[in-house]
Write a protein that binds this ligand. Sequence first.
Ligand code: GDD
Ligand code: MN
Length: 369
Amino acid sequence: MKVVVVIPTYNERENIRVLLTELDKAFGTAKKYSISYLVVDDTSPDGTAQVVETFRKTHKDVFIISGKKEGLGKALLRGMTQAFEHMDADVVLQIDADLSHDPTVAPRLLSAIDNGATFAVGSRYIPGGAIPGNWGLIRKIYSIIGNSIVRFGLWHIDVRDWTGGYRAYTKKFYLATHREMEKYSGYVFQIAFLHKSIHHGAIVKEIPFHFTDRLYGHSKIAPAEYIFNIYKYIAVSRFQEITSWSFFKFGVVGTIGFIINTVVLELMVRAGLHPAAGSATGAELAIISNFLLNNAWTFGDRKVIGKKMIPKFLQFNITSLGALIIQTVSVWVGTVLFGKSAYFVSYIIGVGVGLVWNYIMYSRVIWKK
Ligand code: GDD
Ligand code: MN
Protein backbone atom coordinates (compact mmCIF):
# COMPACT_ATOMS: atom_id res chain seq x y z
CA MET A 1 0.00 0.00 0.00
CA LYS A 2 1.48 3.30 -1.10
CA VAL A 3 0.46 6.17 1.16
CA VAL A 4 0.93 9.86 0.55
CA VAL A 5 0.40 12.08 3.58
CA VAL A 6 -1.10 15.34 2.30
CA ILE A 7 -0.46 18.37 4.51
CA PRO A 8 -2.06 21.69 3.49
CA THR A 9 -0.15 24.67 4.83
CA TYR A 10 -0.69 28.36 4.97
CA ASN A 11 1.72 30.12 7.33
CA GLU A 12 2.77 27.06 9.29
CA ARG A 13 6.50 27.77 9.49
CA GLU A 14 6.61 27.05 13.23
CA ASN A 15 4.63 23.83 12.98
CA ILE A 16 5.55 21.98 9.82
CA ARG A 17 8.97 20.71 10.86
CA VAL A 18 7.65 19.41 14.19
CA LEU A 19 4.73 17.72 12.45
CA LEU A 20 6.91 15.98 9.85
CA THR A 21 9.26 14.77 12.58
CA GLU A 22 6.40 13.51 14.76
CA LEU A 23 4.74 11.73 11.85
CA ASP A 24 7.98 10.04 10.93
CA LYS A 25 8.31 8.88 14.53
CA ALA A 26 4.71 7.66 14.61
CA PHE A 27 5.16 5.56 11.47
CA GLY A 28 8.65 4.51 12.53
CA THR A 29 7.83 0.88 13.18
CA ALA A 30 4.91 0.63 10.77
CA LYS A 31 7.13 0.07 7.74
CA LYS A 32 4.36 -2.06 6.42
CA TYR A 33 3.41 0.75 4.05
CA SER A 34 5.42 2.92 1.74
CA ILE A 35 4.93 6.44 3.02
CA SER A 36 5.81 9.83 1.60
CA TYR A 37 4.81 13.33 2.56
CA LEU A 38 3.37 16.01 0.35
CA VAL A 39 3.15 19.55 1.68
CA VAL A 40 0.63 21.62 -0.27
CA ASP A 41 1.67 25.17 0.39
CA ASP A 42 -0.04 28.25 -0.96
CA THR A 43 3.11 30.34 -1.17
CA SER A 44 2.83 31.22 2.52
CA PRO A 45 4.27 34.67 3.19
CA ASP A 46 5.88 33.40 6.40
CA GLY A 47 8.29 31.20 4.44
CA THR A 48 6.81 27.78 5.22
CA ALA A 49 8.12 26.52 1.88
CA GLN A 50 11.73 27.44 2.69
CA VAL A 51 11.51 25.50 5.96
CA VAL A 52 10.22 22.48 4.03
CA GLU A 53 12.93 22.81 1.38
CA THR A 54 15.58 22.72 4.10
CA PHE A 55 13.95 19.71 5.73
CA ARG A 56 13.85 17.92 2.38
CA LYS A 57 17.65 17.94 2.17
CA THR A 58 17.76 15.25 4.86
CA HIS A 59 14.38 13.63 4.20
CA LYS A 60 14.02 12.25 0.70
CA ASP A 61 10.40 11.18 1.27
CA VAL A 62 9.20 14.77 1.71
CA PHE A 63 7.78 16.70 -1.28
CA ILE A 64 6.21 20.10 -1.69
CA ILE A 65 4.00 21.75 -4.25
CA SER A 66 3.29 25.47 -4.20
CA GLY A 67 0.36 27.36 -5.63
CA LYS A 68 -1.64 30.48 -5.14
CA LYS A 69 -4.01 30.78 -2.22
CA GLU A 70 -7.48 29.63 -3.28
CA GLY A 71 -8.70 28.10 -0.05
CA LEU A 72 -8.30 24.86 1.87
CA GLY A 73 -10.56 22.82 -0.41
CA LYS A 74 -8.59 23.75 -3.53
CA ALA A 75 -5.34 22.95 -1.76
CA LEU A 76 -6.59 19.53 -0.67
CA LEU A 77 -7.79 18.74 -4.17
CA ARG A 78 -4.46 19.79 -5.63
CA GLY A 79 -2.73 17.57 -3.10
CA MET A 80 -4.92 14.60 -4.00
CA THR A 81 -4.34 15.11 -7.72
CA GLN A 82 -0.60 15.16 -7.21
CA ALA A 83 -0.67 12.13 -4.90
CA PHE A 84 -3.04 9.92 -6.87
CA GLU A 85 -2.08 10.89 -10.39
CA HIS A 86 1.63 11.60 -10.15
CA MET A 87 2.91 9.85 -7.03
CA ASP A 88 1.15 6.56 -7.54
CA ALA A 89 -0.68 6.70 -4.19
CA ASP A 90 -3.25 4.06 -3.24
CA VAL A 91 -4.24 6.00 -0.16
CA VAL A 92 -4.08 9.64 0.87
CA LEU A 93 -3.86 10.53 4.52
CA GLN A 94 -4.67 14.20 5.11
CA ILE A 95 -3.68 16.00 8.27
CA ASP A 96 -3.61 19.63 9.41
CA ALA A 97 -0.14 21.10 9.75
CA ASP A 98 -0.79 22.89 13.05
CA LEU A 99 -0.45 19.86 15.37
CA SER A 100 -4.16 19.93 16.20
CA HIS A 101 -4.27 16.40 14.85
CA ASP A 102 -2.33 14.02 17.08
CA PRO A 103 0.27 12.42 14.75
CA THR A 104 0.37 9.21 16.82
CA VAL A 105 -3.17 8.43 15.60
CA ALA A 106 -2.12 8.39 11.93
CA PRO A 107 -1.06 4.69 11.90
CA ARG A 108 -4.51 3.79 13.25
CA LEU A 109 -6.18 5.51 10.31
CA LEU A 110 -4.03 3.42 7.98
CA SER A 111 -4.78 0.20 9.89
CA ALA A 112 -8.47 0.90 9.45
CA ILE A 113 -7.90 1.02 5.69
CA ASP A 114 -5.76 -2.09 5.87
CA ASN A 115 -8.61 -3.85 7.65
CA GLY A 116 -11.23 -3.18 5.01
CA ALA A 117 -12.42 0.39 5.51
CA THR A 118 -12.09 2.62 2.46
CA PHE A 119 -12.55 5.94 4.27
CA ALA A 120 -11.06 6.34 7.75
CA VAL A 121 -12.21 9.42 9.66
CA GLY A 122 -10.41 10.87 12.67
CA SER A 123 -13.27 11.54 15.04
CA ARG A 124 -13.74 13.89 17.96
CA TYR A 125 -17.29 12.81 18.60
CA ILE A 126 -17.03 9.12 19.36
CA PRO A 127 -15.94 7.61 22.69
CA GLY A 128 -12.22 8.15 23.10
CA GLY A 129 -12.27 11.28 20.98
CA ALA A 130 -12.53 14.85 22.24
CA ILE A 131 -12.63 18.53 21.43
CA PRO A 132 -10.28 20.72 23.49
CA GLY A 133 -11.18 20.85 27.18
CA ASN A 134 -10.00 24.46 27.33
CA TRP A 135 -12.56 25.63 24.79
CA GLY A 136 -15.27 27.82 26.28
CA LEU A 137 -18.76 26.41 26.63
CA ILE A 138 -20.11 28.39 23.69
CA ARG A 139 -17.38 27.19 21.36
CA LYS A 140 -17.97 23.59 22.45
CA ILE A 141 -21.70 23.84 21.87
CA TYR A 142 -21.02 25.49 18.54
CA SER A 143 -18.78 22.65 17.44
CA ILE A 144 -21.13 19.91 18.61
CA ILE A 145 -24.25 21.53 17.17
CA GLY A 146 -22.48 22.33 13.91
CA ASN A 147 -21.58 18.70 13.45
CA SER A 148 -25.05 17.51 14.42
CA ILE A 149 -26.64 19.82 11.87
CA VAL A 150 -24.57 18.19 9.16
CA ARG A 151 -25.11 14.71 10.50
CA PHE A 152 -28.87 15.02 10.72
CA GLY A 153 -29.24 17.46 7.85
CA LEU A 154 -27.61 15.03 5.43
CA TRP A 155 -29.27 12.18 7.28
CA HIS A 156 -26.23 10.00 7.67
CA ILE A 157 -26.44 9.64 11.42
CA ASP A 158 -24.00 6.75 11.57
CA VAL A 159 -21.07 9.11 10.90
CA ARG A 160 -20.22 11.46 13.79
CA ASP A 161 -17.40 13.73 12.71
CA TRP A 162 -18.19 15.48 9.44
CA THR A 163 -16.12 18.63 9.54
CA GLY A 164 -12.67 17.46 10.58
CA GLY A 165 -9.68 17.23 8.32
CA TYR A 166 -7.91 14.16 9.71
CA ARG A 167 -8.66 11.31 7.33
CA ALA A 168 -7.36 8.54 5.11
CA TYR A 169 -9.10 7.34 1.97
CA THR A 170 -8.53 5.24 -1.11
CA LYS A 171 -8.05 6.49 -4.66
CA LYS A 172 -11.52 5.40 -5.76
CA PHE A 173 -13.25 8.40 -4.20
CA TYR A 174 -10.86 10.87 -5.73
CA LEU A 175 -11.50 9.38 -9.16
CA ALA A 176 -15.26 9.36 -8.66
CA THR A 177 -15.64 12.89 -7.31
CA HIS A 178 -12.73 15.13 -8.27
CA ARG A 179 -14.61 16.94 -11.02
CA GLU A 180 -17.49 17.98 -8.81
CA MET A 181 -15.16 18.69 -5.89
CA GLU A 182 -13.74 21.67 -7.82
CA LYS A 183 -16.76 23.64 -6.62
CA TYR A 184 -15.86 23.49 -2.94
CA SER A 185 -12.90 25.72 -2.41
CA GLY A 186 -13.21 26.32 1.35
CA TYR A 187 -13.59 24.26 4.51
CA VAL A 188 -16.93 22.84 3.35
CA PHE A 189 -14.80 20.64 1.11
CA GLN A 190 -14.36 18.22 4.03
CA ILE A 191 -18.12 17.70 4.37
CA ALA A 192 -18.78 17.46 0.65
CA PHE A 193 -15.96 14.98 0.01
CA LEU A 194 -17.06 12.62 2.79
CA HIS A 195 -20.70 12.89 1.73
CA LYS A 196 -19.99 12.19 -1.93
CA SER A 197 -17.64 9.36 -1.04
CA ILE A 198 -20.38 7.74 1.03
CA HIS A 199 -22.65 7.97 -2.01
CA HIS A 200 -19.94 6.15 -3.93
CA GLY A 201 -19.97 3.34 -1.42
CA ALA A 202 -17.29 4.38 1.08
CA ILE A 203 -16.88 2.03 4.02
CA VAL A 204 -16.40 4.56 6.80
CA LYS A 205 -14.53 3.77 9.98
CA GLU A 206 -14.16 6.42 12.65
CA ILE A 207 -11.01 6.48 14.76
CA PRO A 208 -11.12 8.58 17.94
CA PHE A 209 -8.59 11.31 18.61
CA HIS A 210 -8.19 14.36 20.85
CA PHE A 211 -8.27 17.59 18.89
CA THR A 212 -5.96 20.16 20.47
CA ASP A 213 -5.62 23.87 19.88
CA ARG A 214 -2.75 24.93 17.67
CA LEU A 215 0.35 26.15 19.47
CA TYR A 216 1.65 28.60 16.87
CA GLY A 217 -0.06 30.81 14.35
CA HIS A 218 -3.79 31.21 13.98
CA SER A 219 -6.76 29.51 12.34
CA LYS A 220 -7.66 30.58 8.79
CA ILE A 221 -11.28 29.62 9.09
CA ALA A 222 -13.88 32.33 8.35
CA PRO A 223 -16.82 31.24 10.54
CA ALA A 224 -19.65 33.18 8.88
CA GLU A 225 -18.72 32.10 5.37
CA TYR A 226 -18.14 28.54 6.56
CA ILE A 227 -21.55 28.28 8.23
CA PHE A 228 -23.25 29.75 5.19
CA ASN A 229 -21.52 27.21 2.95
CA ILE A 230 -22.52 24.35 5.22
CA TYR A 231 -26.19 25.29 5.09
CA LYS A 232 -25.96 25.83 1.38
CA TYR A 233 -24.36 22.43 0.85
CA ILE A 234 -26.98 20.64 2.93
CA ALA A 235 -29.86 22.47 1.27
CA VAL A 236 -28.61 21.97 -2.29
CA SER A 237 -27.67 18.32 -1.93
CA ARG A 238 -30.86 17.41 -0.09
CA PHE A 239 -32.93 19.24 -2.66
CA GLN A 240 -31.19 17.31 -5.43
CA GLU A 241 -31.86 14.05 -3.65
CA ILE A 242 -35.49 14.89 -3.10
CA THR A 243 -36.08 15.99 -6.64
CA SER A 244 -34.14 13.07 -8.01
CA TRP A 245 -35.58 10.69 -10.53
CA SER A 246 -36.32 8.06 -7.89
CA PHE A 247 -38.32 10.60 -5.91
CA PHE A 248 -40.37 11.31 -9.02
CA LYS A 249 -41.08 7.60 -9.49
CA PHE A 250 -41.96 7.32 -5.82
CA GLY A 251 -44.52 10.10 -6.40
CA VAL A 252 -46.04 8.36 -9.43
CA VAL A 253 -46.29 5.06 -7.56
CA GLY A 254 -47.85 6.81 -4.55
CA THR A 255 -50.43 8.49 -6.79
CA ILE A 256 -51.41 5.15 -8.30
CA GLY A 257 -51.74 3.77 -4.75
CA PHE A 258 -53.91 6.70 -3.76
CA ILE A 259 -56.22 6.12 -6.75
CA ILE A 260 -56.52 2.41 -5.95
CA ASN A 261 -57.31 3.25 -2.33
CA THR A 262 -60.01 5.74 -3.26
CA VAL A 263 -61.64 3.63 -6.00
CA VAL A 264 -61.82 0.51 -3.80
CA LEU A 265 -63.31 2.53 -0.95
CA GLU A 266 -65.96 4.01 -3.24
CA LEU A 267 -66.87 0.68 -4.85
CA MET A 268 -67.19 -1.10 -1.53
CA VAL A 269 -69.30 1.66 0.01
CA ARG A 270 -71.60 1.58 -3.04
CA ALA A 271 -71.86 -2.19 -2.68
CA GLY A 272 -73.28 -1.55 0.78
CA LEU A 273 -70.20 -2.36 2.89
CA HIS A 274 -69.06 -0.32 5.88
CA PRO A 275 -66.68 2.56 4.95
CA ALA A 276 -64.13 1.34 7.50
CA ALA A 277 -63.94 -2.02 5.75
CA GLY A 278 -63.66 -0.25 2.38
CA SER A 279 -60.94 2.02 3.66
CA ALA A 280 -58.92 -0.83 5.18
CA THR A 281 -59.20 -3.01 2.06
CA GLY A 282 -58.34 -0.08 -0.20
CA ALA A 283 -55.35 0.84 1.95
CA GLU A 284 -53.96 -2.69 1.89
CA LEU A 285 -54.44 -3.02 -1.87
CA ALA A 286 -52.65 0.30 -2.28
CA ILE A 287 -49.83 -0.96 -0.07
CA ILE A 288 -49.50 -4.06 -2.25
CA SER A 289 -49.43 -1.96 -5.41
CA ASN A 290 -46.91 0.47 -3.87
CA PHE A 291 -44.68 -2.36 -2.82
CA LEU A 292 -44.67 -4.13 -6.17
CA LEU A 293 -44.21 -0.96 -8.24
CA ASN A 294 -41.53 0.57 -6.02
CA ASN A 295 -39.71 -2.73 -6.00
CA ALA A 296 -39.84 -3.16 -9.75
CA TRP A 297 -39.42 0.45 -10.79
CA THR A 298 -38.50 3.17 -8.22
CA PHE A 299 -35.82 1.04 -6.60
CA GLY A 300 -35.44 -1.34 -9.52
CA ASP A 301 -31.66 -1.21 -9.18
CA ARG A 302 -32.00 -2.84 -5.73
CA LYS A 303 -34.95 -5.09 -6.50
CA VAL A 304 -35.76 -7.98 -4.15
CA ILE A 305 -36.94 -11.19 -5.77
CA GLY A 306 -38.22 -14.65 -4.85
CA LYS A 307 -38.72 -15.70 -1.25
CA LYS A 308 -37.00 -12.58 0.07
CA MET A 309 -40.02 -10.58 -1.03
CA ILE A 310 -42.16 -11.91 1.82
CA PRO A 311 -40.19 -10.47 4.78
CA LYS A 312 -39.64 -7.28 2.74
CA PHE A 313 -43.36 -6.97 2.17
CA LEU A 314 -44.05 -7.38 5.89
CA GLN A 315 -41.42 -4.75 6.66
CA PHE A 316 -43.05 -2.51 4.07
CA ASN A 317 -46.42 -2.89 5.82
CA ILE A 318 -44.87 -1.91 9.13
CA THR A 319 -43.28 1.24 7.72
CA SER A 320 -46.55 2.09 5.99
CA LEU A 321 -48.18 1.78 9.39
CA GLY A 322 -45.60 4.34 10.54
CA ALA A 323 -46.90 6.83 7.97
CA LEU A 324 -50.46 6.07 9.04
CA ILE A 325 -49.56 6.76 12.68
CA ILE A 326 -47.83 10.02 11.73
CA GLN A 327 -50.93 11.10 9.81
CA THR A 328 -53.34 10.13 12.60
CA VAL A 329 -51.28 11.75 15.34
CA SER A 330 -50.95 14.89 13.24
CA VAL A 331 -54.72 15.14 12.73
CA TRP A 332 -55.33 14.41 16.40
CA VAL A 333 -52.80 17.00 17.65
CA GLY A 334 -54.15 19.56 15.16
CA THR A 335 -57.74 19.14 16.31
CA VAL A 336 -56.80 19.17 19.99
CA LEU A 337 -54.77 22.35 19.58
CA PHE A 338 -56.86 24.28 17.06
CA GLY A 339 -60.28 22.66 17.13
CA LYS A 340 -62.10 20.23 14.81
CA SER A 341 -62.24 22.66 11.91
CA ALA A 342 -58.43 22.54 11.66
CA TYR A 343 -58.46 18.88 10.72
CA PHE A 344 -57.78 19.40 7.03
CA VAL A 345 -54.64 21.47 7.47
CA SER A 346 -53.20 19.02 9.98
CA TYR A 347 -54.18 16.15 7.68
CA ILE A 348 -52.19 17.72 4.84
CA ILE A 349 -49.21 18.30 7.15
CA GLY A 350 -49.48 14.69 8.32
CA VAL A 351 -49.57 13.41 4.74
CA GLY A 352 -46.52 15.51 3.89
CA VAL A 353 -44.49 14.31 6.86
CA GLY A 354 -45.71 10.77 6.16
CA LEU A 355 -44.42 11.02 2.59
CA VAL A 356 -40.98 12.10 3.76
CA TRP A 357 -41.04 9.27 6.29
CA ASN A 358 -41.95 6.76 3.61
CA TYR A 359 -39.32 7.95 1.17
CA ILE A 360 -36.59 7.82 3.80
CA MET A 361 -37.73 4.39 4.96
CA TYR A 362 -37.90 3.01 1.44
CA SER A 363 -34.59 4.38 0.26
CA ARG A 364 -32.64 3.90 3.47
CA VAL A 365 -34.19 0.81 5.05
CA ILE A 366 -36.29 -1.35 2.75
CA TRP A 367 -34.40 -0.80 -0.47
CA LYS A 368 -31.16 0.03 1.24
CA LYS A 369 -28.15 0.06 -1.13
N1 GDD B 1 -2.57 25.35 1.31
C1 GDD B 1 -3.50 25.88 2.09
N2 GDD B 1 -4.34 26.85 1.59
N3 GDD B 1 -3.65 25.43 3.35
C2 GDD B 1 -4.60 25.99 4.12
C3 GDD B 1 -5.46 26.99 3.68
C4 GDD B 1 -5.31 27.45 2.31
O1 GDD B 1 -6.02 28.32 1.82
N4 GDD B 1 -6.31 27.33 4.69
C5 GDD B 1 -5.95 26.54 5.73
N5 GDD B 1 -4.93 25.75 5.40
C6 GDD B 1 -4.25 24.73 6.22
C7 GDD B 1 -3.69 25.26 7.49
O2 GDD B 1 -2.37 25.73 7.33
C8 GDD B 1 -3.76 24.03 8.40
O3 GDD B 1 -2.68 23.16 8.19
C9 GDD B 1 -5.02 23.35 7.93
O4 GDD B 1 -5.23 23.79 6.60
C10 GDD B 1 -6.24 23.69 8.80
O5 GDD B 1 -6.39 25.08 8.85
P1 GDD B 1 -6.65 25.90 10.21
O6 GDD B 1 -6.62 27.32 9.84
O7 GDD B 1 -5.75 25.43 11.30
O8 GDD B 1 -8.15 25.50 10.46
P2 GDD B 1 -8.94 25.22 11.82
O9 GDD B 1 -8.06 24.61 12.85
O10 GDD B 1 -9.72 26.43 12.16
O11 GDD B 1 -9.97 24.13 11.25
C11 GDD B 1 -10.09 22.84 11.74
O12 GDD B 1 -11.45 22.54 11.84
C12 GDD B 1 -12.12 22.55 10.59
C13 GDD B 1 -13.59 22.32 10.84
O13 GDD B 1 -13.81 21.38 11.85
C14 GDD B 1 -9.38 21.87 10.79
O14 GDD B 1 -9.35 20.58 11.40
C15 GDD B 1 -10.05 21.75 9.46
O15 GDD B 1 -9.43 20.71 8.70
C16 GDD B 1 -11.52 21.47 9.69
O16 GDD B 1 -12.19 21.44 8.45
MN1 MN C 1 -6.11 24.41 13.04
